[in-house]
Design a protein around this ligand. Structure first.
Ligand SMILES: N[C@@H](CCC(=O)N[C@@H](CS)C(=O)NCC(=O)O)C(=O)O
Length: 224
C-alpha cells in the first residue's frame, strides 16, 4: 500500500490529533504543511467537500476528518491500540468522542467572537467541561481509558491543550482548575506524556496566530 502522508497545519488541533496517533503507533509518515489561506491543489483534490486539513494519504488514497482518520489508523495499524477490544467499552469511548466533537467546537467560537455570542460559547464550553469532570471515564485513572492514551484522550486533547491560548487571546476564563480537579490532573498527565509533549504547538507562536486571526475576524464587516 506504500507510504503515508499527512497534509496538516502546525496550529490546528485536528491536525495535531492525527500526528499524535501516528507517533503513538510509530507509523512513519511525510508531513506536508499547508498554508490555509492558499491551499495546495492536492489538498483541494483530496478533500473537495470541506477543503480542510487534516488529510491522510495512504498510498494514493486520501482519508479526511481527524477522528475518521484515527479510526482508519486503528484498523490498519493495530500496534498501540487506541480502542479497547470489548465492544461495549469501544461504544462508550465513541459516545464520548461524539460529545467532544459536538460540544468542543464552542471553544473556537470563544476566540472568534464577542458579546452574547461569546458569552454563550463560554457557557457551553464550561458545561462540556463540567460533564466530563463529573461523568468522564477517568475516575482514578491517569487517562480516560487507563494508563495508556486512547481515542478519547486524543479527541479531548485537541480541545484541552488549546484552552490556555484561547483564554489569553479572548480574555475569557473557561477552565477553573479548582472546579475541574480531575480534568486538571488529566491535562497534566496528557501534556507531559512524551509523544504529546514533543508534538504540541509552541504556545507563544500559537497565541500570536490566534490573536491575529481574532483581530482580522472582528475587524471584518460582519462584526462591525
Ligand atoms: N472536523 C474537521 C475539522 C478540520 C478543520 O476545521 N480544519 C481547519 C483547520 S483547524 C481547516 O482546514 N480550515 C481551512 C478552511 O476552513 O479554509 C476534522 O476533525 O478534521
Amino acid at each position: 500500500m506504500d507510504g503515508v502522508k499527512l497534509h496538516g497545519a502546525w496550529a490546528s488541533p485536528f491536525s495535531n490529533r492525527v500526528v499524535w496517533a501516528l507517533k503513538l503507533k510509530g507509523i512513519p509518515f511525510d508531513y506536508i504543511e499547508e498554508d490555509l489561506p492558499n491551499k495546495s491543489a492536492l489538498l483541494l483534490q483530496y478533500n473537495p467537500v470541506h477543503k480542510k486539513i487534516p488529510v491522510l494519504v495512504h498510498g494514493s488514497r486520501p482519508v479526511c476528518e481527524s477522528m475518521v482518520i484515527i479510526e482508519y489508523l486503528e484498523e490498519t495499524w493495530p500496534q498501540y491500540p487506541l480502542l479497547p477490544t470489548d465492544p461495549h467499552e469501544r461504544a462508550v469511548l465513541r459516545f464520548w468522542v461524539k460529545l467532544i466533537e459536538e460540544k468542543g467546537l464552542n471553544i473556537w467560537i470563544v476566540y472568534r467572537s464577542v458579546g452574547e455570542e461569546q458569552d454563550k460559547a463560554v457557557r457551553e464550553s464550561v458545561e462540556m467541561l463540567s460533564i466530563l469532570e463529573e461523568h468522564g471515564p477517568n475516575k482514578g485513572k491517569k487517562f480516560f481509558g487507563g494508563d495508556g492514551i486512547n481515542i478519547m484522550d486524543i479527541a479531548f486533547g485537541a480541545v484541552a491543550c488549546w484552552i490556555g491560548a484561547i483564554e489569553e487571546v479572548s480574555g475569557r476564563k473557561i477552565f477553573d482548575a479548582a472546579k475541574f480537579p480531575r480534568l486538571n490532573s488529566w491535562i497534566a498527565n496528557f501534556e507531559s506524556s512524551p509523544v504529546i509533549a514533543e508534538n504540541l504547538p509552541d504556545q507563544e507562536k500559537l497565541r500570536e496566530l490566534l490573536a491575529r486571526v481574532r483581530e482580522k475576524r472582528l475587524s471584518s464587516s460582519t462584526h462591525k
